[in-house]
Design a protein around this ligand. Structure first.
Ligand code: HDE
Length: 666
C-alpha cells in the first residue's frame, strides 16, 4: 500500500539496516563509541570529548512534555473512501469524490492517565482522525462517547484539574476513583450525562477496534451553493461495539498494561485491518429548534431513532507506524483544521477548543513550526508568509514575506471561493456580549435518564457497580452524599442502590426525571456481533492429541477466529508448537476458552483460567474427555455458553459469537 502520505513520509525515513557508518551529528565517522575520552585508562573524562557531550546532550533532551490530557495514545495509518457523492451537503472533496482514497492517521487514547498508565482503565477514549485531503488536513478530533462533561470551554481547566490525579499525592492514576472528580460531578451537574457513560461499560472498551467514535460537537456541512446543514459525525466499528467487564479490565491491567495497543498493532500486522464507517446525522437549518434539547449543547446527543445515522464512507487502518515518537507522539490534532465544505457551529465548547489545540502544541512540540513535522504535513502544497521560529526546516527563498506585495507578484496569493479558497460560513449574529449559560442548556438530567433507560439489566448493573467502585473510594462522606443527591435527579432507584453499596444515606426526596423514553441504539446489546477476529485460548496438555486440535483450529480459522494454544509450559504436539503458557497469557486476553484435557484443572493457574472465563461471561468449550475438568471447577455445565463441543466445534462457534452470556449473571 502506498498513498500520498506514505510517499511523503518515505522521504524522511531513515533505515540503518544497510552498511551504515556511525557518525556524529556533523557526519564525522567515529572510530570508537564505547569509551569516553579520558586522561589515562583509569583517569577522569575530558571536557573536550565532543562525541560524548553530543551523545549525552541529545539523550538528555529525548523527552517532550506529554499531552495535558490524552497523554497515553496509540496510532495507525489508513485510508478513507466515501461511498456516495455528498455534494448536496458539502463541497469537501474527500466527501464527494467516490474514486478517491484519502490517507488518514488515527490516534486512540485514554484521557486521564499519564503516558505510562494502563490501557484498560475506566475512562473515555480519544478517537482522533487526521484526513490528509488534497484541500489540506481535516481533523476530526473525537471521543468514544457522544457527549462531554462540560458545556463551555472555560470550564475545561477546572474539569481537568478535578479529574487528574490529586495534586497533593498524585493519586489515582488513570481513573476517577477520588474526591475531586466526584466533588466536580456534584457541583457541576452538566457533567452528569457523560459520567453515566464513563461509569458504564462504554468506559471499558475491549479494543480500539470495537469502539464507536463521535465528533461530539455539532458542526456544519456547507455545499457549493453556500447552504449549511448541521451535522454530527460518527465512526461505527464494523466489528460492533464491545467492552470488557470491570473485573477483567483490572486483571488485564496487571497482566498486560498494553492490552489495547497490542491488539491494534497485532491485528494490523496480521492483516485483520480495523474498519469503521463514517456516519452523519444531519439536521437542516430550518429544524434547528425542533428538538427538546439545544443542538449546540455538547452534553446532548441526537437520538439515532430521531435523527438517523447515514453511513457515508469507510475508514480502514492498514499500516502501523514506523516510529511511535516521530508519528504518534508528534502528531498534532486540532478541531480547527478544516477543509472547504465543513465549518463550526457556535457550540461554546467547540469554540474554546479552537484556541487550545494550537496553543498546547507550542509547548509540547517546541514552537510554531510543528506543522512541518513529517506526520503533520499536508499532502497538498502549503505556503504563506509565516517565517522563521524554532525548528524552521524550510529554506524560504526570495525577498518578500508579506501580503500584499508587488515585488513577488503578490505570491503566495489568496484563492477565490469558487476555486477552492476557504471562507467562513456567513452566519448572521445579532447579540449582546454576555457571560452566561443559555436557558436551553440548563436541562442536565433528561438525557442522562434516556441513557439509563436504554441499557439492559446487566448493563444497568455494571453502571451501578462502576459508580460504586469509583465513588466508593472517596474519602469525604459529604462528597459521596452530594454525588448521590445528583444521581437521584436522574434515577432514584439507581441512587438508592449506589448509596447502599457505598454506605451513605439513601436519598429521601423524589426528584428523578419521569420518563420511560429509550434509544435502543445506546445499548451495546444491540450492536453487531460476529466471529471475525474473536480470539480463543485452547488449553492443552502434553497428553492432548494432534488430530483433535487440528479439526478445531481448522474450523476456527475458517471462521476467521484467532486462537492460541496454551499449556502449562511451552511444548510441541505433533505439528503444533505451543508457545503460550499460563505464565504468558491469561483467559482475560481471549473471548473464549476451550479445554481439551481432564487434567487441566489440576494445574493451579488453569483452574483460575476457567473460573475467570466463567465469571466474565465468556464461552467455555470442553471436549467429552475434558468433562471432568469442568466438574473440578465451580462452572455449571448446564449454564448458557458452557458447551460440550462437537468434533469441529461448530456448536462452540454458535455460542462464541454472542461474546458474553449475561444470563449467567448471578
Ligand atoms: Fe481535547 N484536548 N479538549 N477534547 N482532545 C487535547 O490537545 C481541550 C475535548 C480530544 O490524540 C489537547 O494536542 C479543550 C472534547 C482528543 O493527539 C488539548 C476542551 C473532545 C485529544 C485539549 C477539550 C476532545 C485531545 C491536549 C474543552 C471530543 C487527543 C493535547 C473545550 C470531541 C488528540 C493536544 C491526540 C487533546 C483541549 C474537549 C478530544 C489540551 C480546551 C469535547 C481525542 O489542547
Amino acid at each position: 500500500m502506498t498513498n500520498k502520505k506514505d510517499e511523503q513520509l518515505e522521504a524522511f525515513r531513515r533505515d540503518h539496516s544497510e552498511d551504515t557508518a556511525l557518525t556524529t551529528n556533523q557526519g564525522l565517522k567515529m572510530a570508537e563509541d564505547e569509551f569516553s575520552l579520558k586522561a589515562g585508562e583509569r583517569g577522569p573524562t575530558l571536557l573536550e570529548d565532543f562525541h560524548f557531550r553530543e551523545k549525552m546532550t541529545h539523550f538528555d533532551h529525548e523527552r517532550i512534555p506529554e499531552r495535558i490530557v490524552h497523554a497515553r495514545g496509540y496510532g495507525a495509518h489508513g485510508e478513507f473512501e466515501v461511498y456516495e457523492d455528498l455534494s448536496n451537503y458539502t463541497k469537501a472533496k474527500f466527501l464527494t469524490d467516490t474514486s478517491k482514497k484519502t490517507p488518514v492517521f488515527v490516534r486512540f487514547s485514554t484521557v486521564q492517565g499519564s503516558k505510562g498508565s494502563n490501557d484498560t482503565v475506566r475512562d473515555a477514549r480519544g478517537f482522533a482522525t487526521k484526513f490528509y485531503t488534497e484541500e489540506g488536513n481535516y481533523d476530526l478530533v473525537g471521543n468514544n462517547i457522544p457527549v462531554f462533561f462540560i458545556q463551555d470551554a472555560i470550564k475545561f481547566p477546572d474539569l481537568v484539574h478535578a479529574i487528574k490525579p490529586e495534586p497533593h499525592n498524585e493519586i489515582p492514576q488513570g481513573g476517577t476513583a477520588h474526591d475531586t472528580f466526584w466533588d466536580f460531578f456534584a457541583q457541576n451537574p452538566e457533567s452528569t450525562h457523560m459520567t453515566m457513560w464513563t461509569m458504564s461499560d462504554r468506559g471499558l472498551p475491549k479494543s480500539f477496534r470495537t469502539m464507536e467514535g463521535f465528533g461530539v460537537h455539532t458542526f456544519r456541512l456547507i455545499n457549493k451553493e453556500g447552504k449549511s446543514h448541521f451535522v454530527k459525525f460518527h465512526w461505527k466499528p464494523l466489528l460492533g461495539t464491545h467492552s470488557l467487564v470491570w473485573d477483567e479490565a483490572q486483571i488485564i491491567a496487571g497482566k498486560n498494561s498494553d492490552f489495547n495497543r497490542e491488539d491494534l498493532y497485532e491485528s494490523i500486522e496480521k492483516g485483520d485491518y480495523p474498519e469503521w464507517e463514517l456516519g452523519l446525522q444531519i439536521i437542516s437549518e430550518e429544524d434547528e429548534f425542533k428538538f427538546d434539547f439545544d443542538i449546540l449543547d455538547p452534553t446532548k446527543l441526537w437520538p439515532e431513532e430521531e435523527v438517523p445515522v447515514k453511513r457515508v464512507g469507510k475508514m480502514t487502518l492498514n499500516r502501523n507506524v514506523d516510529n511511535v515518537f516521530a508519528e504518534t507522539e508528534q502528531v498534532a490534532f486540532h478541531p480547527g483544521h478544516l477543509v472547504p465544505g465543513i465549518d463550526f457551529s457556535n457550540d461554546p465548547l467547540l469554540q474554546g477548543r479552537l484556541f487550545s489545540y494550537t496553543d498546547t502544541q507550542l509547548s509540547r512540540l517546541g514552537g510554531p513550526n510543528f506543522h512541518q513535522i513529517p506526520i503533520n504535513r499536508p499532502v497538498c502544497p502549503f505556503a504563506n508568509n509565516q517565517r522563521d521560529g524554532m525548528h524552521q526546516s524550510f529554506v524560504h527563498k526570495g525577498q518578500t514575506s508579506y501580503h500584499k506585495n508587488a515585488i513577488n507578484n503578490n505570491n503566495p496569493h489568496t484563492t477565490p471561493v469558487e476555486e477552492g479558497g476557504f471562507e467562513s460560513y456567513h452566519e448572521k449574529i445579532d447579540a449582546h456580549k454576555v457571560r452566561a449559560r443559555s436557558e436551553s442548556f440548563k436541562d442536565h438530567y433528561s438525557q442522562a435518564k434516556l441513557y439509563y433507560n436504554s441499557l439492559t439489566q446487566p448493563e444497568k448493573e455494571h453502571l451501578r457497580d462502576g459508580f460504586a467502585f469509583e465513588l466508593g473510594k472517596c474519602k469525604h462522606d459529604f462528597v459521596k452524599e452530594n454525588a448521590i443527591a445528583n444521581i437521584n435527579k436522574v434515577d432514584k432507584d439507581l441512587a438508592t442502590q449506589i448509596a447502599d453499596k457505598i454506605g451513605v444515606q439513601a436519598p429521601t426526596t423524589d426528584e428523578e426525571v419521569k420518563s420511560d423514553k429509550k434509544s435502543p441504539a445506546l445499548s451495546m446489546e444491540n450492536t453487531i456481533k460476529k466471529l471475525d477476529t474473536l480470539s480463543v485460548a485452547i488449553i492443552v496438555t502434553a497428553s492432548s492429541k494432534e488430530a483433535e486440535i487440528k479439526d478445531i483450529v481448522q474450523n476456527l480459522s475458517d471462521n476467521k477466529v484467532n486462537f492460541k494454544l496454551v499449556a502449562e509450559k511451552a511444548m510441541t504436539i505433533g505439528a503444533f508448537k505451543v508457545s503460550e503458557t499460563f505464565d504468558t497469557v491469561h483467559s482475560t486476553f481471549f473471548d473464549g476458552i476451550i479445554v481439551l484435557d481432564a487434567k487441566v484443572p489440576l494445574l493451579p493457574p488453569a483452574k483460575d483460567y476457567i473460573e475467570a472465563a466463567n465469571r466474565h461471561f465468556k464461552t467455555i468449550g470442553f471436549s467429552k474427555q475434558a468433562e471432568a475438568a469442568i466438574d473440578a471447577t465451580s462452572v455449571k455445565k448446564d449454564e448458557p455458553g458452557i458447551i460440550e463441543i462437537d468434533a469441529s466445534a461448530n456448536n462452540y462457534l454458535d455460542a462464541l459469537v454472542k461474546q458474553r452470556h449475561w444470563d449467567r449473571q448471578p
